[in-house]
Write a protein that binds this ligand. Structure first.
Ligand SMILES: *Cc1c(COP(=O)(O)O)cnc(C)c1O
Length: 359
């Protein structure tokens, strides 16, 4: 047997999660967000399973071209728009939709003669203070674009800063977007996964779900409806007993307080398991929940299995995250978010596709 770390990607769960998202958003159209290699699940694999989405949103022309070359005819939105004027010819050739967040991007658009219709998503900064125009800048940009090229089909979008929290700021940002649109009646897009789940008024014309499609970032009230897509598995490659007072791993950051049985599992930060996972991070071995102890190494972790030592054997299956242990819970123990763990799976992890719930 080769090194046993694998990421199982449940394509049936992806389709299920898209259907559940559709049920939540009703008539709003769906940009399935598949940037960052489909949140670590594989760009083309994910696009194939999500082909009933109304469009795909990615971060680069490179990702968009991979989709076009694989034959996807959907609308594709570039979430950060043009990075350089030279990208425009590929954008036109492949009929990509562009976010326009700054005047320099408007300059690039106006510097060329554009014959094909081009969908532009003008981004209003309603409080995130990352990308986007302020309201006056938005009106100027729209004026410049309208004036010069009737080929531009304009839409408005914004992004929520605190969608995961129940704060009046969400309502404020929503109102800012609506107010900016008073004299235009353009199509609008605002909601990411968190807003889709908590704030139905923000759904508007197009929603932009990412993390929820992968079955993470799900609110407690929606847990039953969504299924985790990635299961990261490995195996126990060694077992040993240590005495009270003995330390474990680099820096000996954890000391046994009693005679302790350790299971050594073949997964480490070289696979994308978070190095900052703390003592007590849950690990499932043969379906039983145990605690990580000591530092995460590049290729291994150590798990305290003393409580059920008799039942744990060499080669036993390990779930690092998946349907029985949420990636968000593991992430919390590493002071990060599920997004980062999913995106961080490294090249050496073998990918296995599941078409339905085989696990
Ligand atoms: C990544 C991204 C999303 C998706 O966010 P999730 O929290 O994963 O749903 C939506 N909109 C924009 C602009 C993004 O960059």
């Amino acid at each position: 047997m080769s090194r046993p770390i694998e990421a199982h990607i449940n394509l049936g769960a992806l389709q299920h999660n898209l259907a559940q998202t559709k049920a939540l958003v009703g008539h709003s159209r769906i940009w399935a967000v598949i940037k960052a290699n489909g949140y670590g699940h594989g760009l083309l694999r994910v696009a194939g399973a999500l082909n009933r989405a109304d469009g795909f949103a990615v971060a680069s022309v490179d990702e968009a071209l991979q989709l076009r070359q694989a034959g996807f005819l959907h609308p594709i939105l570039l979430l950060e728009g043009l990075f350089d004027a030279s990208e425009l010819s590929l954008v036109l050739q492949h009929r990509l939709d562009l976010v326009v967040h700054s005047h320099h991007q408007v300059d690039w658009l106006l510097a060329q003669t554009i014959k094909e219709p081009l969908h532009l998503w003008l981004k209003l900064d309603t409080g995130m203070h990352r990308l986007g125009f302020n309201e006056e800048g938005l009106h100027q940009a729209l004026f410049r674009l309208k004036h010069h090229a009737p080929r531009f089909k304009c839409h408005l979008m914004s992004h929520l800063a605190c969608a995961e929290d129940d704060t009046p700021f969400n309502q404020y940002q929503y109102q800012q977007l609506l107010a900016a649109n008073t004299n235009y009646q353009y199509k609008l897009s605002l909601a990411n996964s968190a807003a889709i789940q908590t704030a139905p008024q923000t759904h508007l014309n197009w929603v932009r779900p990412g993390i929820m499609l992968y079955g993470a970032g799900i609110l407690a009230s929606q847990k039953e409806r969504f299924k985790p897509v990635m299961t990261l598995t490995s195996r126990v490659i060694a077992l040993k007993w240590i005495e009270a007072g003995e330390g474990v791993g680099y820096g000996q950051t954890w000391q046994a307080s009693q005679t302790t049985c350790l299971a050594i599992v073949a997964v480490g930060y070289g696979d994308g398991y978070p190095r900052h996972a703390t003592n007590g991070t849950p690990v499932l071995i043969s379906g039983m929940r145990f605690s990580l102890v000591g530092r995460v190494s590049m290729d291994m972790i150590t798990v305290d299995v003393t409580a059920n030592a008799q039942q744990i054997k060499l080669n036993d299956p390990v779930e690092l995250w998946g349907p029985n242990l949420s990636v968000d819970e593991v992430a919390e123990h590493a002071n990060t978010i599920g997004y980062e763990l999913l995106c961080g799976i490294t090249q050496r992890v073998k990918i296995k596709e599941l078409t339905q719930d085989e696990l």
